[in-house]
Design a protein around this ligand. Structure first.
Ligand code: WT7
Length: 650
């Protein structure tokens, strides 16, 4: 038996230093420059953050930096500012007034460009429209939309008037909308007639109609016409966006809001239980989003920056809307699916708009690998200079493919670790300063103090797997779970009192680099070895035939738990008995005999949450031949479960 909390079996040793040409131009261009700032941020956090906060535009500068009554934090007390003012008015008062803020491409192919001046006008109009409906500072507004510019405009308009937005991903159905609106007691919902997805129309307004029947707090529904499918408008409750903004003035004076004014609630994509309404507030969140966007993406005014996330997730909040716009960046926004009309779409967009920074998720990268490199190879991707990854540990082989095929072996990759709760990136290489190791999110961002702990709270040794915590507060941290301070305390601060527990397993290597090993709930115990499933999945993905793998543990009389692997092959490979045996051997060779799966099942797809994370809880049920239990509402494609069962009977 090992005494380790989680045993690391990873064999990854490749290192890629920042390219010379990149580092010499970067705003933080050396390990020393990073280290100096980082040390300052940890040794004198108040001094560091007081100074950094000066990069925001304040109506009243903050009197205090941090008030910490664990686990409740207040940042920048006494300060007043407006977040929309920081994202818009501030740039309109500069040479950026006519700079493109958003370049939007619809799934059918049309392009709309909003300059900062135009975006400000639209936001002011909608802010006035919301106020005309009686929406006031502190009221909650639901936003249930696809990836249209109006979604970003609605968020910014809420932020401008101090209404708290709660964006619900457009892939959710009526029940999810209902539960979230009721939890937040929303007064108003902004939606669309329908959203385009892979060539078909998702009828959003219809879902809202169903949801709102059971949402007594909702008094108004605002509808953007996008797909022109038939909808019912309920008189007195429903209004067209176009009618409202036509009547509204394009001038709106941004009120000064307190630093701790609530900005948004976002229900986490959580794979278990009742969704949690993570609450963020204004100034600290904005500073986190602003600073990380600036340094992690080494943002420059010439960049065309594209984050492929949906606005319904925190990545869309922080890295499509608030981070890049507060930096005055040009943001690419795409409405639809990556394979509409064919798997070249993303690469076409990069070529057409000259995208220079590209930020996506491991699940998307593994899908591109599965589709094959002939699609990106047909396009000129030379405008790219930096790429990012977020959402899961990235399998080293997928990382290598991303670097070679998309980045032309030239672009640094930032593997950014963070969570809905952290508000902004907390660990990442800085692209001009810190070498990359495929699969490692490397080092903490300024002001972030992560530790890997054993179960007893002592610090784990070098390369010893343990529990990842952040032991000091930071400006963009969540402030509470909406309406449930108790849940906030028990969920995040009870395991190690006073320290924020991420729920992830991790290890720190001999260079101080962090490797996230996945959710602690997914750890499997095989013959006394406690293994993070992510490392075994990465070993499988390193096999030339494998595009994606999901590993779960099932009860086993002999070994305690045994591993079952679900494997998706690259498009040119076919399932076979010899391949099955070869994959078993491959894991035994890469990791060790103890990690050899008991069973490997080929699958055309694995169940994922709508944000792209593998739902191992469901796979555990499938692996044991049980009916799926618990909540399946966050499942992206319900058909996947049925198909996995069919394979079982073959
Ligand atoms: C969880 C948070 C953060 C925005 C999108 C997801 C996993 C996220 C990484 C990464 C390893 C990662 C963690 C984390 N995760 N990024 N770079 N390396 N794991 O937000 O839905 O709140 O999920 O995603 O397990 O706890 P979220």
């Amino acid at each position: 038996m090992t005494s380790h909390t989680i045993e690391s079996v990873s064999q990854e040793h490749r290192v890629f230093p920042p390219p010379e040409a990149f580092a010499s131009q970067a705003s933080i261009g050396s390990r020393e420059a990073y280290a100096a700032l980082y040390e300052r941020s940890i040794e004198d956090p108040e001094g560091f953050w007081r100074e950094q906060a000066q990069s925001l535009r304040w109506s009243t500068p903050p009197a205090r930096v941090l008030e910490w009554h664990p686990p409740f934090a207040k940042w920048f007390g006494g300060g007043k500012l407006n977040l929309a003012d920081n994202c818009l008015d501030r740039h309109v008062a500069s040479w950026r007034a006519n700079k493109a803020a958003i370049i939007w491409e619809g799934e059918p192919g049309e392009v709309r460009v909003f300059t900062y001046r135009e975006l400000l006008r639209e936001v002011c109009r909608f802010a006035n429209a919301l106020e005309s409906l009686g929406v006031r500072s502190g009221d909650r507004v639901g936003i249930y939309m696809g990836m249209v510019p109006e979604a970003a405009i609605a968020m910014l308009a809420c932020a401008r008037i101090g209404a708290i937005h709660s964006v619900v991903f457009g892939g959710f159905a009526a029940e999810a909308v209902r539960d979230r609106m009721n939890d937040a007691q929303a007064k108003c919902i902004v939606t669309q007639d329908g959203a385009y997805r892979r060539g078909s129309v998702v009828p959003l307004k219809l879902q809202v109609d169903k949801a709102v029947e059971q949402c007594p707090s909702v008094k108004h529904v605002v509808v953007v016409k996008r797909t022109h499918n038939e909808i019912e408008m309920k008189p007195g409750r429903d209004q067209l966006w176009s009618d409202l903004v036509e009547k509204a003035s394009a001038v709106h004076v941004a009120p000064a809001l307190d630093s701790e004014h609530p900005l948004f609630i976002l229900y986490t994509s959580g794979t278990t239980g009742k969704p949690k309404g993570v609450m963020h507030t204004t100034a600290g969140y904005l500073l986190g989003a602003y600073l990380t966007t600036k340094y992690v993406f080494d943002l420059r005014d010439e960049d065309v920056y594209w984050c492929t996330a949906d606005i319904g997730w925190v990545t869309g909040h922080s890295y499509i809307v608030y981070g890049p716009l507060s930096n005055g960046a040009t943001v690419m926004m795409y409405e639809g699916a990556p394979n509409q009309p064919d798997p070249s779409r993303f690469w076409q967009i990069i070529e057409r708009h000259g995208v220079s920074i590209f930020y996506t998720a491991p699940t998307a990268i593994r899908t591109f690998v599965k589709w094959g490199e002939e699609f990106p190879n047909k396009h000129d991707l030379s405008s790219l200079r930096l790429m990012g990854s977020v959402g899961e540990p990235i399998n080293p082989e997928a990382w290598m493919w991303y670097r070679k095929v998309i980045g032309g072996d030239r672009c640094p990759i930032v593997d950014t670790y963070w969570q809905t709760e952290t508000g902004s990136i907390v660990m990442t290489p800085l692209p001009g300063a810190i070498p990359s190791k495929p699969g490692s999110c490397s080092l903490p961002f300024f002001g972030i103090s992560p530790k890997v702990l054993r179960e007893d709270g002592s610090e784990a040794g070098v390369n010893e797997g343990g529990l990842l915590v952040i032991d000091k507060p930071w400006p963009s941290m969540l402030r509470t779970v909406w309406g449930d301070d108790e849940r906030y305390k028990t969920q995040y601060f009870s395991r190690f009192p006073g320290k924020y527990f991420t729920g992830d397993g991790a290890r720190k290597d001999e260079d101080g680099f962090f490797w996230v090993m996945g959710r602690i709930d997914d750890v499997v115990n095989v013959s006394g070895h406690r293994l993070g499933t992510a490392e075994i999945e990465s070993a499988l993905v390193a096999h030339p035939s494998v595009a994606e793998a999901a590993v779960v543990g099932i009860p086993d009389e002999l070994t305690g738990q045994a591993l079952v692997a679900f494997v998706t092959l690259k498009s040119h490979d076919k399932p076979s008995k010899p391949l099955n045996a070869a994959l078993m051997e491959h894991v035994a060779n890469e990791i060790g005999k103890f990690a050899r799966p008991k069973e490997i099942r080929f699958a055309d797809a694995v169940p994922k949450t709508r944000s792209g994370k593998i739902m191992r809880r469901l796979l555990r049920d499938v692996a044991q031949g049980k009916e799926a239990t618990g909540d399946v509402t966050t499942l992206e494609d319900i058909g996947v479960l049925a198909r996995l069962r069919e394979h079982e009977e073959e």
